[in-house]
Design a protein around this ligand. Structure first.
Ligand code: NZQ
Ligand code: ZN
Length: 384
């Protein structure tokens, strides 16, 4: 096992009816900016619950943080927050709203041009305190310090992390997910699955409990993912999915083990260029990535095939290929297509995707830094 430091300061408040707990979590004198997306929290009643819990506190709503949140929109929120003397942010929505709120929180305390936080990786030392009410199990943003922001004008999608951008608390009420469209449930399952894979399917370091936790998350997703599509109002299923997605990216399974993230970086470029959903890009890239890097990942691919997919027959290569095929079949079963052409993207895009990776310095990705632009090109080409 590798050395590590693990510290996660986010308080999780889990279960039906827990939005009411905002009253105990948000400072009584706070001036709160509620940040949200395109309106789902109005139609499903979540905003009304949040406002009821905040009671007499001064609160304002900033609406319109889009999926794959943009710098352009978030800077409008920064202006509103300054105008209203906001000192607490409350993100109510999915990963995009929470990621966007992390950026707003950091930008409000930042000296200089906030885009430098992404483009130049200028460290964020301080941020306005914020909490979240999660409505879409997928990204883990509710219990991590990462944020992925897009610059619409430049066609960039970049990430930052900072110790200052962990949510103080996140409320996870599984009933808020009942209104999710099937496409977003499917996306969430695929995203959480790939987060787990990025921290598990690398090379062995004899980290037994991290491996078994990761396998537990993957097995749970293969079980509850299809159920979540079939039975949208099954509380137990939604509760298990929600907690699994959080645990997939809150630092726990990634402590003391090598991490990959090449699939995510290649996926971000596809979203930036073609606008595909984040999870769609992962479903496209991961099977191709595992195929191209089969040798480097051989030991873990064999373990994955056996422990997650119960594949024990055949030669090593046959078992590895069967494990990758099972992964693709699972994404397809979740109704997320796994090839670029399924989304009307042709091989002609590969050159631009590679140029963008290069521009963003993504030239030595993966757990060993050996995913060069040439390897990435092979992955994109295989994914067409
Ligand atoms: O905008 P509204 O109206 O709220 O609708 C949203 C949006 O259209 C809708 N939705 C959310 N909760 C709902 C709901 N509709 C009905 N009922 C509900 N309860 O779902 C749509 C998608 O929302 P979004 O927040 O974009 O989805 P997701 O949670 O998958 O977040 C994706 C973003 O997170 C980033 C991705 O890159 C992408 O930008 N990621 C963040 C990570 C992190 N912070 O650690 C890691 C991930 O790898 C990922 O990169
Ligand atoms: Zn992701």
């Amino acid at each position: 096992m590798q050395n590590f430091t693990f510290h996660n300061p986010t308080r999780i408040i889990f279960g039906e009816g827990q939005i009411a707990a905002l009253d105990t979590q948000v400072p009584r004198e706070a001036r709160v900016l509620i940040t949200c997306g395109g309106g789902s929290i109005k139609s499903n009643g979540v905003l009304a619950q949040v406002q009821a819990a905040l009671g007499e506190r001064a609160s304002f709503v900033f609406e319109g943080i889009e999926p794959n949140p943009t710098y352009e929109t978030l800077m409008q929120a920064v202006a509103v927050a300054r105008e209203r003397n906001i000192d607490f942010l409350l993100a109510v929505g999915g990963g995009s709203v929470i990621d966007g709120t992390k950026f707003i929180a950091a930008a409000l305390k930042f000296n200089g041009e906030p885009w430098d936080i992404l483009a130049k990786q200028t460290p964020v030392r301080d941020a306005v305190p914020f909490g979240s009410v999660l409505t879409l199990p997928a990204t883990g943003s509710e219990m991590n310090n990462g944020s992925v922001i897009s610059h619409r004008a430049n066609g960039d999608k970049l990430f930052f992390t900072s110790d200052a951008t962990y949510p103080l608390f996140s409320v996870l009420d599984p009933t808020t997910t009942y209104s999710l469209p099937a496409r977003q449930i499917a996306n969430g399952v695929v995203d959480a699955f790939v987060h787990t894979v990025e921290q598990y399917l690398t090379y062995p370091v004899d980290a037994k409990v991290q491996d078994r936790f990761a396998e537990g998350l993957l097995l749970t997703l293969t079980e509850v993912g299809p159920q979540a599509l079939a039975e949208p109002k099954n509380y137990a299923v939604r509760a298990n999915l929600m907690w699994t997605a959080t645990l997939a990216l809150n630092g726990l399974i990634g402590a003391g083990v090598p991490q990959d993230w090449a699939t995510h970086m290649l996926g971000h470029e596809i979203t930036a260029l073609h606008g595909l959903d984040h999870a769609q890009t992962l479903a496209i890239v991961l099977p191709a990535m595992l195929t191209v890097r089969k040798e480097q990942k051989r030991a873990k691919l064999l373990q994955y095939a056996e422990r997650v997919w119960n594949i024990t027959e055949g030669s090593e290569d046959e078992r590895i290929d069967a494990g990758i095929a099972a992964t693709r079949a699972f994404f397809e079963r979740m109704t997320v297509a796994t090839r670029l052409r399924d989304y009307k993207v042709s091989g002609e895009s590969v050159a631009t995707l590679i140029a963008k990776l290069e521009e963003h310095g993504m030239t030595a990705l993966g757990e060993r830094g050996d995913v060069t632009l040439e390897v990435s090109r092979r992955v994109y080409e295989l994914a067409v």
